[in-house]
Design a protein around this ligand. Structure first.
Ligand SMILES: Nc1ncnc2c1ncn2[C@@H]1O[C@H](COP(=O)(O)OP(=O)(O)OP(=O)(O)O)[C@@H](O)[C@H]1O
Length: 235
């Protein structure tokens, strides 16, 4: 589904935050992208969404070259992005926030589907309340469902557990794992919370200096043999 080859990308002209970055993700996979702060994980998600320019290499999504596409074009092609810090609209109600997710897909019926409120029941209870009045965890749930109502093929999540109480993190992990399994949703997860990663991911990619340095599909072995975690994540 996603085939990224030798990508170079950065913020300033000539900068190489991503430097020879390559990865492949098959349809239906749940993959975690890990690495210390500043290694370029968020930059990759932004480059894939078209928020950061790709200066070298190729990004193929669903059989089409997409490097250089704008964020709204990526959304229409079925890539949904839940950024770090959630970025919900504080003054909009829960329902209005969800509608924003639908508006990114003009080919879908332009209303919030009923199933959106069944994913996390709190969103039904808070439907008419301002997004900004909810807790951080509830806002994260809202941001995730806002992404899901665009009916993505690929869901990008940037640190969904950040600053959120453990029971909501667990709930998010359980729900996303279930959706991935039952509906074949492909997920790329950037995350520091190893419990969430080990509970969800089928494959872990470790980033160092702008590229993937190591990967494993023996995710559960990381519990008993955490050497890669120490090597690539410890400061
Ligand atoms: N808007 C920006 N302008 C210039 N440089 C940036 C910008 N955002 C990030 N960088 C730089 O790009 C590098 C990679 O940052 P990035 O946020 O992708 O790292 P990360 O692996 O996601 O780490 P973190 O866990 O801290 O978010 C860092 O050196 C960072 O300082």
């Amino acid at each position: 589904m996603l085939n990224v080859n030798n990508v170079v990308a950065g913020y300033l002209a000539g900068s190489r935050v991503l430097d020879g970055f390559s990865l492949q993700i098959a349809a239906g996979e749940v993959v975690a992208l890990l690495g210390r702060n500043g290694m370029g994980k968020t930059t990759f998600l932004k480059a894939l969404m078209g928020h950061v320019g790709v200066t070298e290499g190729s990004v193929n999504f669903a059989g089409e070259e997409v490097a250089g596409r704008k964020p709204y074009e990526m959304a229409r092609r079925g890539v949904a992005y839940v950024p770090q810090g959630r970025e919900i609209f504080s003054d909009f109600t829960v329902e209005e926030n969800l509608l924003m997710g639908v508006l990114g897909r003009p080919d879908l019926p332009q209303k919030v589907p009923d199933w959106a409120y069944e994913i996390f029941p709190i969103l039904q209870e808070r439907r008419k309340q301002r997004g900004g009045s909810m807790s951080g965890g509830q806002q994260q749930q809202l941001a995730i469902v806002r992404a899901l109502v665009s009916q993505p093929k690929l869901l990008l999540l940037d640190e969904p557990s950040e600053g959120i109480q453990p029971n909501i993190v667990q709930d998010i992990g359980r729900v996303l794992g279930q959706i991935a399994k039952e509906q074949g949703l492909t997920i790329l997860l950037v995350e520091q919370n190893m419990e969430l990663v080990l509970g969800m991911a089928q494959r872990c990619l470790f980033m160092e200096n702008g590229a993937i340095a190591y990967e494993t599909d023996q995710v559960q072995q990381l519990r008993t043999d955490p050497a890669p975690i120490h090597r690539y994540l410890s400061v």
